[in-house]
Design a protein around this ligand. Structure first.
Ligand code: HEM
Ligand SMILES: *[C@@H]1O[C@H](CO)[C@@H](O)[C@H](O)[C@H]1NC(C)=O
Ligand SMILES: *[C@@H]1O[C@H](CO)[C@@H](O)[C@H](O)[C@H]1NC(C)=O
Ligand SMILES: *[C@@H]1O[C@H](CO)[C@@H](O)[C@H](O)[C@H]1NC(C)=O
Length: 522
């Protein structure tokens, strides 16, 4: 027995002889090459906590929230580096570093990172929000800015007005009762985007659609080890390999029906039926083709063609980008006002003077409502609805003397930047009057101290529409009603904690009791 083994060993060693010679040369060679490439890198990574071999800083996974990263930034500075498995991450936490990344070197920092789940659910980045920077993204962006989210698309603005009216009537019907304001607001903004996207006739399927999106949202955030250590992709703790196809099939089925309906209606319309109201699906279908194509021409109609997958993915962008963001901002604004009765009194006084108690607020009033504007800005400063802007580097880069490799995930902490003590006095205090001063930063994207909508190429294309919904909803709710906290709750007892996801809404829903304030019917 042992004889056989001995023989096998001998022949094995013989067989390995040439191999061991090669190893003898190749290993040191590889080692040298490694040294050289490391030498060529020269610049160090940005500072950051030390990691373990292979997994890097993965034990700090739970700190990858706006608050966790802000805390780490106190220790490691405005630009710090983490390694999660094979993935490099860089957190940007002060205005100057944000300017470097979003303006000075925006050509390198304008890609979007996507996990395996996100790539799958967006039909391999067939949308705009997760498309990499390039010709396709550029034409998609043009299409969105000029057609879908444009001020000229009056129907979107109309659906905001109509849905806010419905909300006001709903609240009025519950006068004197305890109302779950947070839930109402979420329902308001999903009604707005749903109608803007699919038109008013499709309301039946809304509950199902919201369920589908909630599953998407969970999958977007699900931890998947394969994103960090590709070799371990067989470990599927969250059952993603079945959940992902199931979720996408559900969305396929849902939107396919809607697209078919719209195509049918389009045919009918061409035949002389008079339905002037178009929704986003109608607008997108004008670019429909069986095969996707893009080229860089100024004439949008001839330069981009969309497939069904593109249309589905864009609709998803709108639902994700435009619903929770706006709802979170409205709820935070009302919450901060309930916690700060003096500011609430002051803004209601302004509304009484500018608008009067005998009518509702109208769009033409907005420019005179100076203090209301301050309230909304201060809300977006303290509670930017998207707290972390996620970007990815297209190639190796150098920032502030540090090396950032290609395909690194860049997390721009808009939340920490809005509370940067070097840029804001008393940064954690809600004080809207700070925006009355000359020269305070504005959120249009030129001041890197205040970037709730981002800045530059990847900044929010839906800003105007989002601000309109925010303005209108908050103005109506505080002009039409007086609000009290339930059961003698004190303003200081309001829970101000947030939860972290794609957005950072309040951890608990706002509950309050409305009383009618206007002398006209609502
Ligand atoms: C208060 C409301 C809103 C806020 C605070 C907000 C904020 C943002 C932010 C911070 C970004 C990312 C910027 C970056 O990565 O640098 C973004 C991107 C985006 N937003 Fe908004 N948003 C709002 C409303 C909306 C609305 C109403 C829509 C659509 C109707 C929308 C559609 C999008 C899309 C499609 C993108 C991706 C753009 C791209 O990747 O090129 N957003 N938004
Ligand atoms: C949103 O639409 C649904 C269905 O039409 C309706 O029941 C609900 O009251 C609406 N929400 C608000 C806040 O108006
Ligand atoms: C359009 O109208 C013509 C007659 O005006 C009719 O023959 C045709 O079937 C109609 N097509 C559709 C799709 O309704
Ligand atoms: C691209 O550009 C050419 C002219 O340069 C034009 O003829 C064509 O229609 C454009 N569109 C596509 C998608 O090829």
């Amino acid at each position: 027995m042992s004889n056989i083994i001995g023989k096998t060993m001998d022949s094995l060693i013989q067989a390995l002889q040439p191999l061991s010679m090669t190893l003898f040369f190749i290993v040191p060679l590889l080692f040298m090459l490694g040294l050289i490439s490391r030498f060529r890198r020269r610049l160090p990574y940005p500072p950051g906590p030390r990691g373990l071999p292979i997994i890097g800083n993965m034990l700090m996974m739970d700190q990858l929230t706006h608050r966790g990263l802000a805390k780490l930034a106190h220790k490691y500075g405005g630009l710090f580096h983490l390694r999660m498995g094979f993935l490099h991450m860089v957190a940007v936490s002060n205005p100057e570093m944000a300017r470097q990344v979003l303006q000075v070197q925006d050509n390198i920092f304008s890609n979007r990172p996507a996990t395996i789940a996100i790539s799958y659910l967006t039909y391999d980045r067939a949308d705009m929000a997760f498309a990499h920077y390039g010709p396709f993204w550029r034409q998609m962006r043009k299409l969105c800015v000029m057609k879908l989210f444009s001020r000229k698309r009056a129907e979107s603005w109309e659906s905001v007005r109509d849905e806010v009216d419905t909300l006001v009537r709903g609240v009025a019907a519950n006068e004197g009762k305890t109302v779950n304001v947070g839930e109402l607001i979420f329902s308001l903004t999903s009604n707005i985007t749903y109608r803007a996207a699919f038109g008013s006739s499709a309301n039946e399927g809304q509950d199902e659609f919201i369920r589908i999106l909630q599953e998407f949202s969970k999958l977007f955030g699900a931890f998947n080890i394969a994103d960090f250590i590709p070799l371990l992709s067989w470990i599927d703790l969250q059952g993603l390999s079945t959940r992902l196809p199931k979720a996408r099939q559900a969305l396929d089925k849902f939107i396919d029906t809607i697209i078919d309906d719209h195509m049918q209606r389009k045919k009918d319309r061409n035949n002389g039926s008079d339905e002037a109201n178009t929704d986003m699906v109608d607008d997108l279908l004008a670019f429909y083709s069986d095969e996707a194509k893009v080229n860089e021409s100024d004439d949008l109609q001839n330069s981009i063609k969309l497939t069904r997958d593109n249309i589905k993915a864009i609709i998803m962008d709108v639902m994700f980008g435009g619903t929770e963001t706006v709802a979170s901002a409205i709820e935070w604004a009302l919450t901060e006002l309930m916690r700060s009765p003096d500011d609430l009194k002051r803004v209601q006084q302004e509304l009484a003077e500018v608008v009067g108690l005998d009518r509702r607020v109208e769009e033409s009033d907005f420019e005179k409502l100076t203090f209301l504007k301050c309230i909304l800005k201060e809300t977006l400063r303290l509670h930017p609805p998207i707290p972390l802007l996620l970007h990815e580097t297209a190639e190796d880069a150098e920032v502030g003397g540090y090396y950032i490799p290609a395909k690194a995930r860049i997390m721009i902490n808009a939340w920490a930047i809005g509370r940067d003590p070097g840029s804001w006095e008393d940064p954690d205090t809600f004080r809207p009057s700070r925006f009355l001063k000359e020269g305070v930063p504005d959120f249009k994207g030129n001041n890197f101290e205040f970037i709730p909508f981002g800045s530059g190429r990847r900044s929010c294309p839906g800003m105007q529409l989002g601000l309109y919904a925010l303005d209108l909803a908050v103005a109506h709710l505080i002009h039409c009603f007086k609000w009290d906290l339930p059961d003698g709750m004190k303003p200081s007892e309001l829970d101000m904690s947030d939860v972290f996801g794609l957005t950072a809404p309040r951890a608990s829903r706002l509950i309050a009791v409305p009383t009618k304030r206007l002398i006209c019917p609502l």
